[in-house]
Design a protein around this ligand. Structure first.
Ligand code: AHR
Length: 311
Protein backbone atom coordinates (compact mmCIF):
# COMPACT_ATOMS: atom_id res chain seq x y z
CA UNK A 1 0.00 0.00 0.00
CA UNK A 2 1.26 3.51 -0.78
CA UNK A 3 2.05 5.70 2.20
CA UNK A 4 0.46 9.16 2.20
CA UNK A 5 3.76 10.92 2.89
CA UNK A 6 6.83 10.24 0.81
CA UNK A 7 9.06 7.59 2.37
CA UNK A 8 12.04 7.19 0.18
CA UNK A 9 15.23 5.28 -0.53
CA UNK A 10 17.79 4.65 2.24
CA UNK A 11 19.82 7.73 3.12
CA UNK A 12 23.49 8.19 2.40
CA UNK A 13 24.98 11.67 2.62
CA UNK A 14 27.27 11.46 -0.36
CA UNK A 15 25.84 12.90 -3.59
CA UNK A 16 28.79 11.40 -5.45
CA UNK A 17 27.28 7.91 -4.95
CA UNK A 18 24.02 8.95 -6.53
CA UNK A 19 22.46 8.42 -9.91
CA UNK A 20 19.67 10.75 -11.03
CA UNK A 21 17.46 10.32 -14.11
CA UNK A 22 16.41 13.47 -15.96
CA UNK A 23 13.41 13.30 -18.27
CA UNK A 24 13.72 16.44 -20.38
CA UNK A 25 10.97 17.64 -22.75
CA UNK A 26 13.23 18.21 -25.76
CA UNK A 27 14.98 21.25 -27.15
CA UNK A 28 12.13 23.42 -28.42
CA UNK A 29 13.66 26.70 -27.25
CA UNK A 30 16.93 28.40 -26.38
CA UNK A 31 15.76 28.43 -22.78
CA UNK A 32 15.20 24.66 -22.81
CA UNK A 33 18.67 24.02 -24.26
CA UNK A 34 20.17 26.20 -21.51
CA UNK A 35 18.27 24.30 -18.82
CA UNK A 36 19.70 21.03 -20.16
CA UNK A 37 23.24 22.44 -20.16
CA UNK A 38 22.91 23.84 -16.65
CA UNK A 39 21.43 20.58 -15.32
CA UNK A 40 24.37 18.60 -16.70
CA UNK A 41 26.82 21.13 -15.24
CA UNK A 42 25.11 21.03 -11.83
CA UNK A 43 25.19 17.22 -11.75
CA UNK A 44 28.85 17.13 -12.72
CA UNK A 45 29.83 19.75 -10.14
CA UNK A 46 28.21 17.66 -7.40
CA UNK A 47 29.57 14.33 -8.63
CA UNK A 48 26.08 13.03 -9.39
CA UNK A 49 25.74 10.60 -12.32
CA UNK A 50 23.02 12.00 -14.58
CA UNK A 51 21.04 9.78 -16.92
CA UNK A 52 19.55 12.06 -19.54
CA UNK A 53 16.48 11.25 -21.65
CA UNK A 54 15.23 13.64 -24.36
CA UNK A 55 11.50 13.06 -24.92
CA UNK A 56 11.27 14.97 -28.22
CA UNK A 57 8.15 16.78 -26.99
CA UNK A 58 6.19 13.56 -26.35
CA UNK A 59 4.63 12.68 -23.01
CA UNK A 60 4.66 8.97 -23.90
CA UNK A 61 8.46 9.17 -24.24
CA UNK A 62 8.69 10.84 -20.84
CA UNK A 63 6.56 8.11 -19.27
CA UNK A 64 8.78 5.43 -20.87
CA UNK A 65 11.91 7.19 -19.63
CA UNK A 66 10.56 7.40 -16.06
CA UNK A 67 9.66 3.69 -16.13
CA UNK A 68 13.20 2.98 -17.37
CA UNK A 69 14.70 5.03 -14.52
CA UNK A 70 12.53 3.16 -12.00
CA UNK A 71 13.62 -0.20 -13.47
CA UNK A 72 17.27 0.88 -13.18
CA UNK A 73 16.74 1.86 -9.53
CA UNK A 74 18.02 5.46 -9.81
CA UNK A 75 18.24 7.49 -6.59
CA UNK A 76 15.98 10.30 -7.85
CA UNK A 77 14.19 11.55 -10.96
CA UNK A 78 14.03 15.08 -12.36
CA UNK A 79 11.00 15.62 -14.58
CA UNK A 80 10.26 18.64 -16.80
CA UNK A 81 6.68 17.67 -17.73
CA UNK A 82 5.63 18.58 -21.27
CA UNK A 83 1.93 18.82 -20.35
CA UNK A 84 0.15 19.19 -17.03
CA UNK A 85 -2.12 16.13 -17.01
CA UNK A 86 -1.69 12.34 -17.28
CA UNK A 87 1.14 11.75 -14.79
CA UNK A 88 -0.62 10.03 -11.87
CA UNK A 89 0.07 6.44 -12.82
CA UNK A 90 3.78 6.77 -13.54
CA UNK A 91 4.34 9.00 -10.52
CA UNK A 92 2.62 6.35 -8.37
CA UNK A 93 5.07 3.81 -9.78
CA UNK A 94 8.07 5.96 -8.83
CA UNK A 95 6.60 6.51 -5.38
CA UNK A 96 6.02 2.80 -4.90
CA UNK A 97 9.69 2.23 -5.83
CA UNK A 98 10.60 4.87 -3.21
CA UNK A 99 12.27 7.11 -5.77
CA UNK A 100 11.79 10.85 -5.18
CA UNK A 101 10.63 12.86 -8.19
CA UNK A 102 11.34 16.58 -8.52
CA UNK A 103 9.45 18.63 -11.11
CA UNK A 104 11.45 21.20 -13.03
CA UNK A 105 10.03 24.42 -14.53
CA UNK A 106 6.46 23.16 -15.14
CA UNK A 107 3.74 21.93 -12.83
CA UNK A 108 1.42 18.92 -13.05
CA UNK A 109 -2.21 18.35 -12.12
CA UNK A 110 -1.51 15.52 -9.69
CA UNK A 111 -1.56 14.83 -5.95
CA UNK A 112 1.28 16.70 -4.23
CA UNK A 113 2.28 13.51 -2.38
CA UNK A 114 3.38 12.05 -5.74
CA UNK A 115 6.43 14.29 -6.00
CA UNK A 116 9.00 15.65 -3.57
CA UNK A 117 8.93 19.27 -4.74
CA UNK A 118 8.46 21.46 -7.81
CA UNK A 119 11.16 23.97 -8.75
CA UNK A 120 9.33 26.52 -10.90
CA UNK A 121 8.68 30.20 -11.33
CA UNK A 122 5.25 31.64 -10.56
CA UNK A 123 3.96 31.10 -14.09
CA UNK A 124 0.78 33.13 -13.59
CA UNK A 125 2.79 36.02 -12.16
CA UNK A 126 5.09 36.05 -15.23
CA UNK A 127 2.09 36.58 -17.50
CA UNK A 128 0.71 39.21 -15.17
CA UNK A 129 4.01 41.14 -15.19
CA UNK A 130 3.96 41.09 -19.01
CA UNK A 131 0.32 42.28 -19.11
CA UNK A 132 0.89 45.09 -16.61
CA UNK A 133 3.95 46.24 -18.49
CA UNK A 134 1.92 46.52 -21.71
CA UNK A 135 -0.98 48.25 -19.97
CA UNK A 136 1.41 50.94 -18.64
CA UNK A 137 3.31 51.21 -21.93
CA UNK A 138 0.25 51.96 -24.09
CA UNK A 139 -1.05 54.41 -21.47
CA UNK A 140 -4.75 54.32 -22.34
CA UNK A 141 -4.39 54.14 -26.14
CA UNK A 142 -6.44 51.55 -28.04
CA UNK A 143 -4.33 48.47 -28.65
CA UNK A 144 -5.11 45.22 -30.44
CA UNK A 145 -2.97 42.42 -29.08
CA UNK A 146 -2.03 39.12 -30.70
CA UNK A 147 -0.92 36.27 -28.46
CA UNK A 148 1.41 33.37 -29.24
CA UNK A 149 0.68 30.62 -26.75
CA UNK A 150 3.08 27.92 -25.62
CA UNK A 151 2.53 24.18 -26.05
CA UNK A 152 -1.16 23.35 -25.66
CA UNK A 153 -1.88 21.73 -22.30
CA UNK A 154 1.45 22.77 -20.76
CA UNK A 155 1.33 24.60 -17.44
CA UNK A 156 3.24 27.67 -18.74
CA UNK A 157 0.81 28.06 -21.66
CA UNK A 158 -2.20 27.81 -19.34
CA UNK A 159 -0.80 30.00 -16.57
CA UNK A 160 0.93 32.64 -18.67
CA UNK A 161 -2.31 33.18 -20.60
CA UNK A 162 -4.29 33.52 -17.39
CA UNK A 163 -1.70 35.84 -15.82
CA UNK A 164 -1.56 38.14 -18.84
CA UNK A 165 -5.35 38.42 -18.90
CA UNK A 166 -5.23 39.35 -15.21
CA UNK A 167 -2.51 41.91 -15.96
CA UNK A 168 -4.59 43.74 -18.56
CA UNK A 169 -7.91 43.29 -16.75
CA UNK A 170 -9.96 46.45 -16.48
CA UNK A 171 -8.20 48.17 -19.41
CA UNK A 172 -10.92 48.53 -22.05
CA UNK A 173 -8.39 49.92 -24.51
CA UNK A 174 -6.56 46.56 -24.63
CA UNK A 175 -8.06 43.70 -26.59
CA UNK A 176 -6.62 40.27 -27.45
CA UNK A 177 -7.78 39.87 -31.07
CA UNK A 178 -5.96 36.61 -31.95
CA UNK A 179 -4.48 33.87 -29.78
CA UNK A 180 -2.95 30.65 -31.04
CA UNK A 181 -0.25 28.18 -30.09
CA UNK A 182 3.24 28.51 -31.56
CA UNK A 183 4.42 25.50 -29.55
CA UNK A 184 7.25 27.47 -27.90
CA UNK A 185 9.36 27.28 -31.10
CA UNK A 186 10.89 30.00 -33.23
CA UNK A 187 9.68 28.36 -36.45
CA UNK A 188 6.05 28.13 -35.32
CA UNK A 189 6.19 31.61 -33.82
CA UNK A 190 7.04 32.92 -37.27
CA UNK A 191 4.40 30.85 -39.09
CA UNK A 192 1.60 31.81 -36.68
CA UNK A 193 2.61 35.49 -36.65
CA UNK A 194 2.47 35.47 -40.46
CA UNK A 195 -1.10 34.21 -40.24
CA UNK A 196 -1.99 36.91 -37.66
CA UNK A 197 -0.51 39.61 -39.91
CA UNK A 198 -2.40 38.29 -42.89
CA UNK A 199 -5.70 38.07 -41.04
CA UNK A 200 -5.53 41.42 -39.21
CA UNK A 201 -3.15 43.55 -41.27
CA UNK A 202 0.07 44.77 -39.60
CA UNK A 203 -1.40 48.26 -39.14
CA UNK A 204 -4.20 46.85 -36.97
CA UNK A 205 -1.88 45.04 -34.54
CA UNK A 206 -0.39 47.17 -31.79
CA UNK A 207 1.30 44.50 -29.66
CA UNK A 208 2.44 40.89 -29.54
CA UNK A 209 2.49 38.90 -26.32
CA UNK A 210 4.48 35.67 -26.76
CA UNK A 211 4.64 33.00 -24.05
CA UNK A 212 8.36 32.66 -24.75
CA UNK A 213 11.16 34.63 -26.37
CA UNK A 214 11.83 32.09 -29.11
CA UNK A 215 8.35 32.55 -30.56
CA UNK A 216 8.83 36.32 -30.28
CA UNK A 217 12.10 36.08 -32.22
CA UNK A 218 10.34 34.09 -34.97
CA UNK A 219 7.51 36.65 -34.98
CA UNK A 220 9.97 39.56 -35.28
CA UNK A 221 11.18 38.03 -38.53
CA UNK A 222 7.59 37.73 -39.80
CA UNK A 223 6.85 41.36 -38.88
CA UNK A 224 9.94 42.58 -40.73
CA UNK A 225 9.05 40.52 -43.79
CA UNK A 226 5.58 42.10 -43.72
CA UNK A 227 7.26 45.52 -43.96
CA UNK A 228 6.49 46.68 -40.41
CA UNK A 229 8.86 47.62 -37.58
CA UNK A 230 8.91 45.22 -34.61
CA UNK A 231 9.37 47.08 -31.34
CA UNK A 232 7.93 50.31 -32.80
CA UNK A 233 4.90 49.57 -35.03
CA UNK A 234 4.19 46.42 -33.03
CA UNK A 235 5.29 46.29 -29.38
CA UNK A 236 6.72 42.95 -28.28
CA UNK A 237 6.64 41.47 -24.79
CA UNK A 238 7.63 37.89 -24.03
CA UNK A 239 9.07 35.58 -21.37
CA UNK A 240 12.43 33.83 -20.68
CA UNK A 241 15.12 36.50 -21.16
CA UNK A 242 17.25 34.42 -23.54
CA UNK A 243 20.26 36.15 -25.12
CA UNK A 244 18.63 36.61 -28.55
CA UNK A 245 15.72 38.63 -27.18
CA UNK A 246 18.20 40.98 -25.50
CA UNK A 247 19.96 41.35 -28.83
CA UNK A 248 16.58 42.20 -30.39
CA UNK A 249 15.90 44.66 -27.56
CA UNK A 250 19.32 46.23 -28.06
CA UNK A 251 18.32 46.79 -31.71
CA UNK A 252 14.93 48.23 -30.61
CA UNK A 253 13.06 45.30 -32.19
CA UNK A 254 11.57 43.92 -28.94
CA UNK A 255 10.44 45.80 -25.86
CA UNK A 256 10.26 43.68 -22.72
CA UNK A 257 10.91 40.18 -21.38
CA UNK A 258 10.33 38.46 -18.04
CA UNK A 259 13.29 36.38 -16.93
CA UNK A 260 13.05 32.66 -16.22
CA UNK A 261 16.24 31.19 -14.82
CA UNK A 262 17.49 28.05 -16.59
CA UNK A 263 19.00 26.93 -13.29
CA UNK A 264 16.16 24.79 -11.96
CA UNK A 265 18.57 21.93 -11.25
CA UNK A 266 20.61 23.82 -8.63
CA UNK A 267 17.71 24.11 -6.15
CA UNK A 268 16.58 20.57 -7.08
CA UNK A 269 19.98 19.04 -6.27
CA UNK A 270 20.19 21.17 -3.09
CA UNK A 271 16.88 19.62 -1.99
CA UNK A 272 18.08 16.11 -2.83
CA UNK A 273 21.40 16.60 -1.02
CA UNK A 274 19.60 17.81 2.11
CA UNK A 275 17.31 14.80 1.89
CA UNK A 276 20.17 12.37 1.37
CA UNK A 277 22.06 13.92 4.29
CA UNK A 278 19.46 13.69 7.02
CA UNK A 279 16.04 13.09 5.51
CA UNK A 280 15.03 16.77 5.35
CA UNK A 281 12.13 17.24 2.97
CA UNK A 282 11.85 20.52 1.01
CA UNK A 283 8.75 22.70 0.72
CA UNK A 284 6.39 21.48 -2.02
CA UNK A 285 7.26 24.52 -4.14
CA UNK A 286 10.69 26.07 -4.59
CA UNK A 287 9.93 29.33 -6.39
CA UNK A 288 12.46 30.92 -8.73
CA UNK A 289 12.58 34.67 -9.42
CA UNK A 290 10.82 36.51 -12.26
CA UNK A 291 12.49 39.76 -13.28
CA UNK A 292 11.28 42.21 -15.92
CA UNK A 293 13.78 43.63 -18.42
CA UNK A 294 12.91 46.53 -20.72
CA UNK A 295 14.64 48.89 -23.13
CA UNK A 296 15.85 50.86 -20.09
CA UNK A 297 18.30 48.04 -19.31
CA UNK A 298 21.72 47.55 -20.87
CA UNK A 299 20.58 44.78 -23.18
CA UNK A 300 23.92 44.40 -24.95
CA UNK A 301 25.63 43.70 -21.61
CA UNK A 302 22.84 41.32 -20.56
CA UNK A 303 23.17 39.49 -23.90
CA UNK A 304 26.89 39.05 -23.35
CA UNK A 305 26.64 37.90 -19.75
CA UNK A 306 23.84 35.43 -20.61
CA UNK A 307 25.87 33.96 -23.45
CA UNK A 308 28.42 32.82 -20.87
CA UNK A 309 25.73 30.96 -18.86
CA UNK A 310 25.33 27.99 -21.19
CA UNK A 311 22.80 29.37 -23.69
O1 AHR B 1 8.54 25.61 -19.10
C1 AHR B 1 9.29 26.70 -19.41
C2 AHR B 1 9.10 27.10 -20.84
O2 AHR B 1 9.38 26.01 -21.69
C3 AHR B 1 10.00 28.20 -21.34
O3 AHR B 1 9.51 29.47 -21.09
C4 AHR B 1 10.00 27.92 -22.79
O4 AHR B 1 10.97 28.62 -23.52
C5 AHR B 1 10.20 26.46 -22.75
O5 AHR B 1 10.12 25.82 -23.91
Amino acid sequence: LLATTIILAPLSANAADKTVGFSQIGSESGWRAAETTVTKQQAEARGVTLKFADAQQKQENQIKAIRGFVAQGVDAILLAPVVATGWDEVLEEAKEAEIPVILLDRTVDAEKSLYMTAVTSDLVHEGEVAGKWLKDEVAGKDCNIVELQGTTGSSPAIDRKKGFEQGIAGADNLKIVRSQTGDFTRAQGKVVMESFLKAEGAENICALYAHNDDMAVGAIQAIKEAGAKPGTDILIVSIDSVPDIHLAMDAGEANATVELTPNMAGPAFDALEAYWKDGTLPAKWVQTESKLYTLKDDNKAIYESKKSLGY
